[in-house]
Design a protein around this ligand. Sequence first.
Ligand SMILES: [Zn+2]
Length: 393
Amino acid sequence: MSRSGFRVGRIFGIDIRLDWSWLLILLLVVWNLSVTFSSVHPDWGVGLVWGAAIVAALLFFGSVLAHELAHSLVAKARGIPVQSITLFLFGGVSNIQREPESPGGEFVMAVLGPITSLVLGGALLTAALASSGVRIALSDATQALKQMSPLLTLVVWLGSINVTLGIFNLIPGFPLDGGRVLRSILWAVTDDLQRATRWAAWVGQTIAWLMILAGIAMTFGAQIPFFGTGLGGGLWLAFIGWFLNSASVQSYQQVIIHDVLEGVPVSRMMRVDPPVCSSRCTVSRLVHDHIMGTDDQAFPILEEGRLAGLVTLEDVRQVGRDAWDTTTVQEIMTPVEKLIVTSPDEDAGQALDKLSSTDVRQLPVMSDGNLVGLLRRRDVIKWLQLHAESIRG
Ligand SMILES: [Zn+2]
């Protein structure tokens, strides 16, 4: 997830990134708000409607960012590095490098996001109420909305969206904040992070399936408390449920995989004698001597016994067939300076993080500057399959 999207800025030393799905949400929010604003305020001109919708959407962005910054700043205060915050569909994700070490740490880190949203929302709604007097509270709601100035409309909308953001994130299903709060409590009670994670993820999946079922029932005309009925609302609820379910399954697997790999050194699962090639070797020799006849995807290139780079099948595919005899592997390899490497003693969990965050299939394993092996993604997967019993735990 950290690689998707693009960077928009940097706050407190944390990169702020936008996922592509965010653009879709931005368009949906702007479009939806322009419809709402023009129906509530028929007297507003087209420019004002769209202007207010765009400003509201940007303030929504700011609200999600404030929520994520709350998580990230707690993490940083506890000495856990935070690389980036990515805003995507439904919210944001803070790329916090480590899990907190204690239930208390996790509790504070998780709960401060929703609290920030609720406090922000509460303050905005109180301010709106105070500035307009009791008129809004007492008179008929639609009438009150009609009388609101553009500024007041924005403040009321932003206040309610922050309250919604806070409440949604407090749903006690892992990996939502509420699920992390639940996990930290279960963790404190059982003193077993794996079991706490399993229970919190199970609650998350149960809630997700209830949302999906309720959503489907709504599309068939059932009346669900708080959510009402209808095709649009039902599909939306089912979609959020589906999203929560897959997030829950995925993050549970990640935590468990990490747990299983923790303390296991890279040397236990690396490929010890990877086929190597000299840097002066031609592409056609690499193909005939190495690529054909093995199922390896990447070949370390050596120069006087030292690692000089790495050639993958994709690199070879870039070279035209007729140039194979005249091109050396040195010309197409990724040079060693640009390679991400690991060492035999490194924790396999950390090495897997390197593999996923850089989106490569293998890491050269280096010891004292010498190549001692290759850690391939599928070696890690094979190891995990062999230890599947303890993963199911
Ligand atoms: Zn949060």
